[in-house]
Design a protein around this ligand. Structure first.
Ligand SMILES: Nc1ncnc2c1ncn2[C@@H]1O[C@H](COP(=O)(O)OP(=O)(O)OP(=O)(O)O)[C@@H](O)[C@H]1O
Ligand code: SF4
Ligand SMILES: [Mg+2]
Length: 353
């Protein structure tokens, strides 16, 4: 199946720009004193690339994803920035353009497949919907494609399962159905928000392998949201680390996981490596995950950062927020302790007093 329904414009080839988020801000307009929950993030994904977004709970990963679909919950709105998808700004698209995009060129997978599937509609009907809406094929063609897709995602005996209801499926099977539905219109970008967190470990591994196989076969770009750094290591080409509504470090996955520079990334990696100390206590980053709204000025990670005191940076970190500067010609970090590569730094970015 062709990637794009548009006769005028084909989908970008692998490696070409697909998604470019620039200085995106998401705010709570009814609470002007509350700081933006997403505060000026920039991120790009090329066609065929897998980019992971990681960070503690509340850092803004899901709200970033929902902004891309313009599906933010009531009470939140995008107040600045651009989200260019294949050259066009999602934030200025008409409802008709958004409908074409959602489920057509951008598909989304969520943590709770059972909650996302309609219990009153048969599995086959739900997988067929994006095909019928976005590919404009008749019922017979759509049904044949649904059976093919259910087989591809590992549903045993698709002919028997196609007329099931979602409550008759296990969690793993329901997530396979969600994957079939997400892939059915042959999108360019898949947003997967904690797609395996709700599943048991064996099923997690099977679903991750399926996602990896399908995205390679389809040359699909993926924005992968996860807490699990082993998943990032296995699947992602690049990783962006979010803290309190900001991206604090970004770069090629192996570079960031092997040689993180930002104290927060180092702590996240330490948490994932050190399961427990000799007394069985789980390692966690000291202090609570700061939310963007709590912070007045300076570096948002300061209350939890040991590097600032050790490096004599406390004064600077207290009063001035660092920009996301390039380092080592490959990565970016938002930290005064990381030596920037000035030739490539984001010198235009505003530094907060
Ligand atoms: N409707 C809302 N109104 C105001 N603030 C909200 C609303 N929904 C979410 N938030 C806030 O937005 C911030 C980011 O939430 P988000 O769900 O993106 O976090 P997350 O990184 O996905 O966390 P998790 O890992 O737990 O899924 C949080 O501080 C949250 O409290
Ligand atoms: S800028 Fe300062 S407080 Fe922030 S992470 Fe770096 S050293 Fe720590
Ligand atoms: Mg989330």
């Amino acid at each position: 199946m062709e990637k794009s329904t548009s006769a005028a414009k084909a989908s970008p080839h692998p490696g070409e720009p697909l998604l470019e988020i620039s200085n995106l801000r998401v705010s709570v307009p009814d609470a002007p004193n509350v700081k933006p929950i997403i505060d000026g993030i920039s991120l790009h994904i090329n066609a065929g690339e897998v980019v992971a977004l990681v960070g503690e709970s509340g850092s803004g990963k899901s709200m970033t994803a929902l902004s891309l679909m313009q599906l933010l919950p009531t009470g939140l709105t995008t107040t600045a920035g651009t989200i260019k998808f294949d050259g066009e700004d999602i934030l200025t698209m008409s409802q008709r353009q958004l409908n074409h995009l959602r489920g057509g060129r951008i598909a989304m997978l969520f943590q709770q497949p059972q909650a996302m599937l309609d219990p009153t509609s048969r599995v086959g009907t739900q997988v067929a919907e994006p095909i019928r809406v976005h590919r404009h094929v008749d019922r017979t063609t759509a049904r044949a494609r649904v059976l093919e897709l259910l087989g591809e995602v590992g549903i045993p005996d698709p002919g028997a399962r196609v007329d099931c209801f979602s409550y008759e499926l296990s969690g793993g099977m329901a997530q396979r159905v969600m994957i079939a539905a997400a892939l059915s219109a042959n999108p360019d970008l898949l947003i997967a928000d904690e797609p395996t967190t709700a599943l048991d470990v064996t099923v997690q591994a099977q679903i991750l392998k399926l996602l990896d196989d399908e995205r390679r076969k389809r040359k699909l770009a993926v924005l992968l949201i996860t807490h699990d750094l082993s998943i990032v290591s296995a699947l992602a080409d690049r990783v962006a680390v979010m803290y309190a509504g900001r991206i604090v470090e970004e770069g090629p996955t192996q570079q960031i996981l092997k040689s993180p520079q930002h104290p927060y990334t180092k702590a996240l990696i330490q948490c994932s490596l050190l399961k427990a100390d000799s007394e069985g206590n789980l390692f966690s980053i000291p202090g609570g995950a700061a939310q963007a709204r709590d912070l007045e000025k300076g570096c948002r990670f300061l209350p939890r950062c040991g590097t600032a005191a050790a490096g004599n940076l406390h004064e600077q970190c207290t009063h001035l927020e660092p920009a996301l500067d390039s380092y080592n010609d490959c990565c970016k970090a938002r930290c005064w302790a990381v030596k920037p590569n000035r030739a490539h730094s984001d010198v235009h970015e505003e530094r907060r007093p």
